[in-house]
Structure formats: C-alpha cells, structure tokens
Design a protein around this ligand. Structure first.
Ligand SMILES: Cc1cc2nc3c(=O)[nH]c(=O)nc-3n(C[C@H](O)[C@H](O)[C@H](O)COP(=O)(O)O)c2cc1C
Length: 191
C-alpha cells in the first residue's frame, strides 16, 4: 500500500487547519487502500530557508533539513491542507516546500483548501509550484468555505457533500501515487 502524508500547511496559533486536517485524516483512515499520516509543519519548526545550496543540488547541511527530508522521503503522495493568505498559500508551507527537492520528485499530490472562496487561489499557486518540484497534482480538490463550512469563521462544521469531495480527491491521489511509485522503482532499477 502506498503511504500518503496529510500535511497541515498552517502554523498559526488557533489555526483552522488542524481541525480540517484531522477531518481529512479521519475520513482517510476509513479507507483500506493506503496508509495515511498527519504531518504537522509545526513539529518540524523549520526556520526561513537557511541552506547554502538550492535543494535541487542535493546537498543538505543542516540537521533540521535532514529531519524534514527523511519524513517527506518516506511518502508516495501528499495531501496539502492549505489556508489562503493574501490569495496564496502560507509562507510556512512555501518555505517547507522550498527546503527539499528530490524527496518530492515523482510523487502525487492533492489539495484541501479553505478560505472565503475555498482556498482556491492558494491551491492555484501551489499547483504552479508542483511542476517545478516534479509533483503530479490531481484535478479533484476540496474547497472549504469559511462562510459555509465553518461557524463564525472558526468552528469547523463541513457541509455533508464535502466528504464526497475528499473521497474523489483521495481516489485520484492514491491512483497516481501508486503509478508513480512504479515509475520510481523502474528508474531505480535502471540505475
Ligand atoms: C495573513 C492572512 C491573510 C488572509 N488572506 C486571505 C485571503 O486572501 N483569502 C481568504 O479567503 N482568506 C484569507 N484569510 C483568512 C484565512 O483564510 C482564515 O483566517 C483561515 O482560517 C486561515 O487558516 P488557519 O486558521 O489554518 O491559519 C487570511 C488570513 C490571514 C491570517
């Protein structure tokens, strides 16, 4: 079975992202077709990018980069749970993406966005980054509205149909995650 990380893209005190990610994790855990793990950026306490070399050069000098790299390398696919800040994703998630390169390559990703317009603009920005990181992003995405899927913008109370949206997104992430694992193993066996 493939391993999928559900990455909490917000580190703010009082963040809505934690409840959203746990809801995705609980729905995912009911499936039997992949393993899922919540990955909280807060636990990695990454500083603003402080490596000398760009990640694509493959040299990580600092212990926090190596710890983050080992965690991300252990997955076949990712679900990015992203807030929308100023029409983009969080600085924390952008920074965490920038820290690594090969660990992201030839993996699959799906998105759960939340904001006034379902975090749609944050997800569009993330999609632009995916190509450069060689992550294959699936079409289906979850768009949670602060107006209708939260009470008072802060108590997460998703509309019933959002569960179907999570299911459709995970179906695609798992299918592509499996296909890309095959691709990676062929690449390795060719040396
Ligand atoms: C700095 C900042 C900028 C924001 N900009 C937007 C925005 O452009 N569009 C939007 O829909 N919501 C915006 N919001 C509202 C957030 O979507 C909302 O606060 C959400 O709960 C943030 O996720 P978090 O609680 O997990 O940090 C912004 C919030 C912050 C803190």
């Amino acid at each position: 079975m493939i391993k999928v990380a559900i990455i909490i893209g917000s580190t703010r005190p009082g963040r809505n992202g934690e409840a959203v990610a746990h809801w995705v994790g609980d729905l995912a855990a009911k499936r039997g077709d992949a393993e899922f793990e919540l990955v909280d950026l807060k636990d990695f306490d990454l500083p603003l990018l402080d490596e000398v070399m760009p990640a694509s050069m493959g040299r990580y000098d600092l212990p926090h980069t190596r710890t983050w790299a080992a965690k991300i390398d252990s997955f076949d696919a990712y679900v990015f749970v992203t807030p929308e800040y100023n029409h983009s994703t969080s600085g924390a998630l952008k920074n965490a993406l920038d820290f690594l390169y090969s660990e992201w390559n030839n993996k699959a990703a799906g998105f759960v966005g939340y904001g006034v317009n379902g975090g749609a603009r944050a997800v569009e920005h993330l999609r632009l980054m995916m190509g450069e990181l060689q992550i294959a992003d699936v079409r289906a995405q979850v768009t949670l509205s602060l107006l209708t899927d939260f009470e008072n913008y802060s108590v997460f109370s998703p509309a019933a149909q959002q569960e179907n949206a999570v299911g459709a997104m995970l179906d695609q992430v798992i299918a592509w995650g499996g296909a890309l694992r095959t691709l990676r193993s062929h690449a390795l066996s060719r040396g």
